[in-house]
Write a protein that binds this ligand. Structure first.
Ligand code: NAD
Length: 253
């Protein structure tokens, strides 16, 4: 077995400065072929092109809305046969919102859950059976420190609740898929420098947040990408159902 005859599927890896794209690069550098599914089709294709050029692996980028079952089904059908089978899945596509609980609407609540939880379900439900059949799989969820400490970075109650749902998803799925050679883990990043907040975490607020981080800086995408790539290794088969903090010590528990 080798990762060069497998594909790592990373959702939401279009975003240029995002965790997903950095993860796709790190996985490709480790030999994985790459499939990228992102709402923004042009960015997914751009990322795939960049990865093929830089790492000499096969890479495919497709437009896909993870909240839409038909969109997920057609993207996965397009992958079938065009790249090697999916051996790793990184459920990275996510959205956040700082809306306070006393102001949040049901519509916004549902949207946060649709992308972070239902979106991960839509993909995982379709990819996991093949992993189980082939007796090998690595699934990683992008949760958040917000799930563990109750917000306090940027995301509000809806985001914290959705990310906490991913932790339960991870643990129960790890139990169920373990006998099939599939590990399921979560990473819980703290403040990582990306565009997810649309620039809303700058200036005074950022200075305050960094003051509460023992290592004295915000995290960068490579900090998270390296950990995910480690969890996806074939050799990392005895770690499952775990949540890994990548937060510079901002939440120690
Ligand atoms: P980002 O905004 O840079 O990237 C998110 C990507 O998801 C984008 O490319 C976007 O197009 C895609 N996406 C959004 N909705 C989608 C949908 N419906 N279908 C398909 N793709 C969709 O964000 P990021 O900071 O790189 O975050 C990546 C993940 O890490 C998210 O799940 C986020 O919640 C989590 N996270 C981020 C931080 C942080 O500080 N940046 C901290 C903790 C957790």
């Amino acid at each position: 077995m080798s990762v060069s005859d497998k594909t790592a599927l990373v959702t939401g890896a279009g975003s240029k400065r995002g965790i997903g794209r950095a993860t796709a690069h790190t996985l490709a550098a480790a030999g994985w072929n790459i499939a990228i599914l992102d709402l923004d089709e042009a960015s997914a294709k751009d990322a795939a092109h960049e990865i093929e050029e830089q790492h000499g692996v096969q890479a495919v980028g497709l437009g896909c809305d993870v909240t839409d079952e038909a969109s997920v089904a057609s993207a996965l059908a397009a992958l079938d046969g065009s790249v090697p089978p999916v051996g790793a899945l990184v459920n990275n596509a996510g959205i956040t919102s700082p809306t306070r609980f006393l102001e949040v609407t049901g519509e916004e609540w549902d949207r946060i859950f649709a992308v972070n939880v239902r979106g991960a379900y839509n993909i995982t439900r379709r990819v996991a059976p093949g992993m189980a059949e082939r007796d090998f799989g690595r699934i990683v969820f992008l949760a958040s420190v917000s799930a563990e400490r109750g917000g306090g970075v940027f995301g509000g109650v809806a985001y914290s609740a959705a990310k906490a749902a991913q932790l339960g998803f991870t643990r129960a799925l790890a139990r169920e898929l373990g006998p099939h050679g599939v590990t399921v883990n979560a990473v819980a990043p703290g403040l990582i420098d990306t565009d997810i907040t649309g620039g809303a975490l700058e200036g005074e607020r950022k200075t305050q947040l960094v003051a509460g981080i023992p290592v004295g800086r915000n995290g960068n995408v490579a900090d998270v990408a390296d950990l995910i790539t480690y969890l996806c290794r074939e050799e990392t088969g005895y770690i499952t159902g775990v949540t890994y903090d990548v937060n510079g010590g901002s939440h120690i528990h």
